[in-house]
Design a protein around this ligand. Structure first.
Ligand code: UT7
Length: 333
């Protein structure tokens, strides 16, 4: 038997408030037609004021633990770009609110690739024997960092959380995580950024009016990079696993934009119908995107036990990565 980290449970959560394209169009110079045709998005969920990322993560984490039929984990990892506060990390708060005692807990910052980086870290901790059971969450309240006047980001992003429970098992069983492909290119760090509020440009009383505390994205350049990187990385992990493209049952890509997912599939020569899609209902939920798409795919019957699945993401950093696994028999919590 060769040891591996295995996915034992999955859960996700979105805040109840739905914001439609029409509602955005009433406030910004945009239209339902523009947003649908350029992104595939019809609506997104937005957290109410006062709701923070840990609130979403606790909801999703509780569901993932329930799905795994466990009430304990000795490590919690939260991938997020929108922590409750710059200091401390969000994961310890999530661990204690879930009743996980003194579990190890830390955040991962890889923007929209965060969930895959956190999944790789969690798998490594399990296979090294450092942790027995890891709750890996992706959670973001992107609405808290969007410029209310920026129609291109307001149209795209939504809030949400999702995650999985990992524990040790055999590399041959469904749910076993095999090779990860993870990469970055910091020369593109300016393409997706929150310019002010970090150590490079702290927000001080004197900088009010000049500082830019909002999320900024060079949409077109990001689009091009996202397609190339996700396609190449997905092909790499499929090949590592010994799968042909025809052998990929479902591609669960970061739900950034339907046009990006279709372009990735086209570049891989994978039929577009093999892409899991929920971007129409939740928009781009950053680190929460992949686990939310997995839960929706299980619930709508697109993702079945035994399916050969490739997970792939691209985001700020720039960062990107992929992972291939055979889907286990799980009921989302
Ligand atoms: O999650 C991390 C990774 N993120 C991504 O992968 C996102 C990648 N980028 C995208 O999905 C797309 O670039 C966007 C959806 C963000 C933008 O779509 P686009 O087709 O690339 O549009 P664009 O930014 O090139 O803008 C084209 C035009 C511009 O107007 P002008 O300058 O041509 O007059 C924009 O101002 O569309 C305008 N525009 C809008 N118009 C109506 C941008 N956003 C909107 C909007 N409604 N919401």
């Amino acid at each position: 038997m060769s040891p591996a980290a295995v996915v034992r449970g999955i859960g996700a959560w979105v805040p109840p408030r739905v914001v439609t394209n029409e509602e955005l169009a009433a406030e910004l110079d945009t239209s339902d037609e523009w947003i649908r045709s350029r992104t595939g998005i019809a609506r997104r969920h937005i957290a109410d004021p006062g709701t923070a990322t840990s609130d979403l993560a606790v909801e999703a984490g509780g569901r993932a633990l329930k799905s795994a039929s466990v009430d304990a984990a000795d490590c919690v990892i939260v991938a997020t770009t929108t922590p409750d506060r710059i200091c401390p990390a969000t994961a310890p708060l999530v661990a204690s609110r879930l009743g996980l005692g003194t579990a190890a807990a830390f955040d991962v910052g890889a923007v929209c690739t965060g969930f895959l980086y956190a999944l790789a870290a969690g798998a490594g901790l399990v296979t090294a024997g450092t942790a027995r059971s890891v709750l890996v969450l992706g959670a973001d309240t992107f609405s808290s960092i969007l410029d209310p006047r920026d129609r291109s980001t307001r149209a795209v992003f939504g809030d949400g959380a999702g995650g999985v429970v990992l524990s040790a098992g055999d590399a041959g069983e469904p749910g076993a995580l095999g090779h990860f492909d993870l990469a970055s290119d910091g020369t593109g760090s300016g393409l997706i950024t929150v310019p002010s509020g970090g150590s490079r440009d702290p927000i001080r009383a004197a900088s009010v009016g000049r500082a830019d505390p909002y999320f900024r994205m060079e949409g077109k350049a990001v689009f091009r990079n996202a397609v190339e990187r996700m396609a190449a990385s997905s092909l790499r992990v499929a090949k590592d696993r010994g799968w042909s493209v025809a052998g990929i049952d479902l591609l669960v890509a970061h739900q950034a934009n339907l046009r990006i997912m279709h372009a990735v599939a086209d570049q891989m020569r994978l039929p577009r119908e093999r892409c899991a899609v929920n971007v129409d209902r939740v928009g781009n939920t950053a680190a929460a995107s992949i686990p939310l798409a997995l839960v929706d795919a299980v619930e709508d019957g697109t993702l079945l036990p035994g399916h050969q699945v490739v997970l792939t993401a691209f985001g700020g950093g720039l960062t990107w990565g992929s992972c291939a696994l055979r889907w286990p028999d799980l009921v989302p919590g």
